[in-house]
Write a new protein. Structure first.
Lengths: 342, 288
C-alpha cells in the first residue's frame, strides 16, 4: 500500500505517463482527443460560476455604487460606501471583531495542540474522534442554546452559586447574605467563550490529522541527541505539523471573524461584530453598498488567510520533495504528508 | 532522566539502561500522568457539558431552567403538538436530500475530471471549488441574497436548495478527490483497453471504485445542509422555514422546553451517525 503510494507520487502527471506507457503515439493521440475531463468538471464549474462567482462579482461591483433609498443601488461609480466605512464607530467594530477572533483563535489553538497530540498518540483514536465529532455535528444553534441555559440569569451556574449561598446561610445561621445572579449573558466574554466552544473541533481535527501523520522516530532521535522534551516538541513536532496547524488557525479564525449567530444570540452591545453589521445593513437598513463594502473586508481578510495556508502547504510539499530525493529511506513518511498537503 | 514537565509523577527508583531507554521512547504509552491527556479529557468535558445540560433539561417538568422534577411532557408535546416543527423538518429533509444529491453528482464528476485529466479552465475550477469552503458564511448568504433579488427570483425552497448545493459541493469534491488519489489512472486505461467506452468505464469501473468517497461526501452534505442556519436565513422566504430556522425562532422568541427534547433527540441521532460512520471518521478529519 505504502510502496504503491510512493511510486505514484514519483510518477509524472497522467498525460505524460500515458505517453510513456503507450509506445504507440497514435493511441496516445486518440486519448488526448477524447479527453472527457472538461465534460466531467465543467458542470460543477458552471454551477459555481452562476451561484458563487457571479454573486461575489455583484458584491464587488455594488460596493463601488451609491445606495438607493429602498434597497438596491444606483448604478453610478462612487466611493461613498468605503468613506462611510472608515468612521470611528465602524473602525471600533472592526477592531473588536479582530480582537474577539484573535483571542478566541489563540485559546482554541492552545487547547487543540495538546488535544490533537494526545488523540494521535492514543490507542483509542476512533473513540476520541467520535467524541470530538458528536458535538461538532450537533446543530450549532442547539449548542449556543445550551450555553444560554448554562450562563443565563437563572441558568445553571447562577443556580449553583445561589444554592451554595443558601447552604452557607443555613450552616452559619442567617448571615443576611443574599446571592444576586451574575450577568454572564450578552457580554463579550461570553461571545469569546462560546466561539471557542464552537470552533474547538475545527482546530482539533486538522491538528490531530497532522500529528497522526507525523513520524515520531524524529522525536526519539531528537531526544537521543540530547533535546529535552519541550525542546523536541517546539523544534521538531510543531514545525513538522505546520500545515495542519495553519489550517487549524484558518478554520478557526475565519469563521469567528465572520461570525453572525454567536454574537447575535449571546452577545450584547459590546460584541456587535462585522457579520452582524453586514446582515443588518442588508436586511434592516437596506444599505447594500455598505454591506458590500464590509463583505469586501471580510473577503480580503479570508483570502489573505487562505493564501497563507496554501503557501505553507506548498513550502512543506517542496521541502518534502527535496528530502525524498535526498533520502529515499524516509520516503514513506514524506510521501504520506505531501499527499496530505496536496 | 532530566526534569520533565510533561511527567508530573516521576519514578525515583534506579532503573536499568534499557528500561530507561524504553521509558524515554515515545512509543511507551502508560505514562502515569500526561499533560496532553489531561487537557484532552478536560476539553472533552467542556465539549460535552452543554450537551448533557440540554439532555437533563429535556426531562425537567418545569418550563424554565429550575429543576422541579422528572417529566416526559416536552417529548409528548414535541411528538403530538408541534405541527410547524414537523413541517420545517420535512422542508429541511427535502432540501438536504435534493441539494446533497445534486452536489454529489456534480462534485463527483468534477473530481474525476480534475484528478485525471487536463482541460481548459482546470485551474479556475480548482480555485473556485475551494473558495466557498473558506469564505465566511455571511458573505455567501448576503451575496446570494443580492444575486437572487437582482434576477428577481422569489426567495423560497428553490433558492435555499441552490445555496445548499453550492456550499455542499466543495466538500463532496474534496472527499471524492481524496478517494480518487488512492487510485491510479491505469484502471481507466485497463478498462478502455478491454473495450469499454467512456460511459461504461464511468459506471462500471470509476464509480464503484470511489464509492466510499462518494458516500462520505453525500453524508457530509446531508449533515451540513441540515445544520446550516446563517445562509438559509438569508435566502429563505415566507413558507420555506427549515428546521434550523424554526429552532432559531424558538430560541429567540418564546423559549419553549420542546426545543430541549428536540435537541436531545438530535444529539442522540448524531451519536448514532458518528458511531455508524466511525470507520470513515479519520478520512473526514483529514478532509477538514
Amino acid at each position: 500500500m505504502k510502496k504503491d503510494k510512493s511510486e505514484k507520487s514519483e510518477r509524472p502527471p497522467a498525460a505524460q505517463s500515458k505517453q510513456l506507457k503507450y509506445a504507440s503515439m497514435a493511441l496516445s493521440a486518440k486519448y488526448k482527443q477524447k479527453n472527457p475531463g472538461g465534460f466531467y468538471a465543467w458542470p460543477m464549474g458552471l454551477w459555481f460560476t452562476i451561484f458563487f462567482i457571479v454573486p461575489l462579482a455583484i458584491i464587488v461591483a455594488y460596493s463601488f455604487m451609491k445606495r438607493d433609498v429602498y434597497g438596491g443601488v444606483i448604478h453610478q461609480f462612487s466611493l461613498s460606501a468605503y468613506k462611510q466605512m472608515f468612521t470611528p464607530a465602524y473602525g471600533m467594530i472592526f477592531l473588536r471583531t479582530l480582537w474577539i477572533s484573535l483571542i478566541s483563535t489563540i485559546v482554541t489553538i492552545a487547547i487543540s495542540l495538546p488535544c490533537g497530540y494526545a488523540m494521535a498518540r492514543s490507542k483509542h483514536q476512533t473513540l476520541f474522534l467520535i467524541l470530538i465529532i458528536v458535538p461538532f455535528w450537533t446543530n450549532s444553534l442547539i449548542r449556543i442554546f445550551a450555553w444560554m441555559n448554562i450562563l443565563g440569569d437563572n441558568g445553571l451556574i447562577n443556580q449553583a452559586f445561589a444554592g451554595i449561598a443558601n447552604l452557607w446561610n443555613k450552616i452559619i445561621g442567617n448571615s443576611g447574605y443574599v446571592y444576586s445572579p451574575k450577568k454572564f449573558m450578552y457580554t463579550q466574554g461570553t461571545v469569546i467563550l462560546v466561539s471557542i466552544y464552537m470552533y474547538l473541533p475545527y482546530a482539533i481535527l486538522p491538528i490531530f490529522t497532522a500529528v497522526d501523520r507525523f513520524d515520531f522516530s524524529l522525536l526519539e532521535a531528537a531526544r537521543d541527541l540530547g533535546a529535552t522534551k519541550p525542546q523536541s516538541m517546539f523544534k521538531i513536532l510543531i514545525p513538522g505539523i505546520k500545515s495542519g496547524l495553519v489550517s487549524a488557525i484558518i478554520f478557526t479564525f475565519i469563521p469567528i471573524f465572520g461570525a453572525y449567530t454567536v454574537p447575535l444570540l449571546v452577545g450584547g452591545k459590546d460584541s456587535y461584530m462585522l457579520g452582524n453589521i453586514i446582515v443588518d445593513q442588508v436586511q434592516k437598513v437596506r444599505n447594500w453598498p455598505l454591506a458590500a463594502a464590509f463583505s469586501m473586508v471580510l473577503t480580503v481578510v479570508s483570502t489573505a488567510g487562505v493564501m497563507w495556508m496554501l503557501m505553507s502547504n506548498k513550502n512543506e510539499a517542496t521541502l518534502k520533495k527535496v528530502s525524498t530525493k535526498e533520502d529515499t529511506s524516509a520516503s514513506n513518511v514524506s510521501t504520506d504528508s505531501s499527499e496530505g498537503a496536496k | 532522566m532530566k526534569s520533565n514537565p510533561f511527567l508530573v509523577f516521576k519514578h525515583n527508583k534506579r532503573v536499568s539502561e534499557p528500561a530507561k531507554h524504553a521509558k524515554r521512547s515515545w512509543k511507551k504509552r502508560n505514562t502515569p500522568f500526561s499533560l496532553s491527556k489531561t487537557v484532552l479529557i478536560l476539553t472533552l468535558l467542556f465539549l460535552f457539558v452543554p450537551l448533557f445540560v440540554i439532555i437533563a433539561y429535556s426531562f425537567n417538568s418545569s418550563k424554565d431552567t429550575s429543576f422541579t422534577g422528572f417529566s416526559m411532557i416536552w417529548y409528548k408535546k414535541l411528538f403530538f403538538d408541534s405541527t410547524p416543527l414537523w413541517t420545517s423538518l420535512f422542508n429541511s429533509l427535502f432540501i438536504a436530500i435534493t441539494a446533497s444529491l445534486v452536489a454529489t453528482i456534480l462534485g463527483t464528476l468534477a473530481a474525476i475530471g480534475v484528478s485525471w485529466y487536463k482541460f481548459a479552465g482546470k485551474t479556475y475550477i480548482q480555485t473556485i471549488s475551494f473558495l466557498p469552503m473558506v469564505l465566511p458564511e455571511v458573505i455567501m448568504g448576503v451575496s446570494m441574497l443580492i444575486f437572487f433579488s437582482g434576477i428577481k427570483l422569489p426567495l423560497g425552497l428553490f433558492t435555499i436548495f441552490a445555496a445548499h448545493t453550492t456550499f455542499c459541493l466543495p466538500f463532496v469534491f474534496l472527499m471524492v478527490s481524496a478517494r480518487i488519489d488512492e487510485f491510479d489512472y491505469s484502471i481507466i486505461e485497463a478498462s478502455h483497453d478491454l473495450g469499454a467506452n467512456e460511459v461504461q468505464t464511468l459506471f462500471r469501473v470509476i464509480i464503484p471504485a470511489i464509492m466510499p468517497g462518494i458516500m462520505s461526501g453525500f453524508m457530509m452534505s446531508i449533515t451540513m445542509s441540515l445544520e446550516d442556519y446563517v445562509i438559509t436565513s438569508l435566502v429563505s422566504g415566507p413558507g420555506s422555514t427549515t428546521l434550523p430556522l424554526y429552532v432559531y425562532s424558538m430560541i429567540r422568541f418564546g423559549v419553549s422546553p420542546v426545543i430541549n427534547s428536540l435537541s436531545c433527540i438530535m444529539i442522540l441521532a448524531t451519536c448514532l451517525l458518528a458511531f455508524f460512520l466511525r470507520k470513515g471518521l479519520k478520512g473526514f478529519a483529514a478532509a477538514k
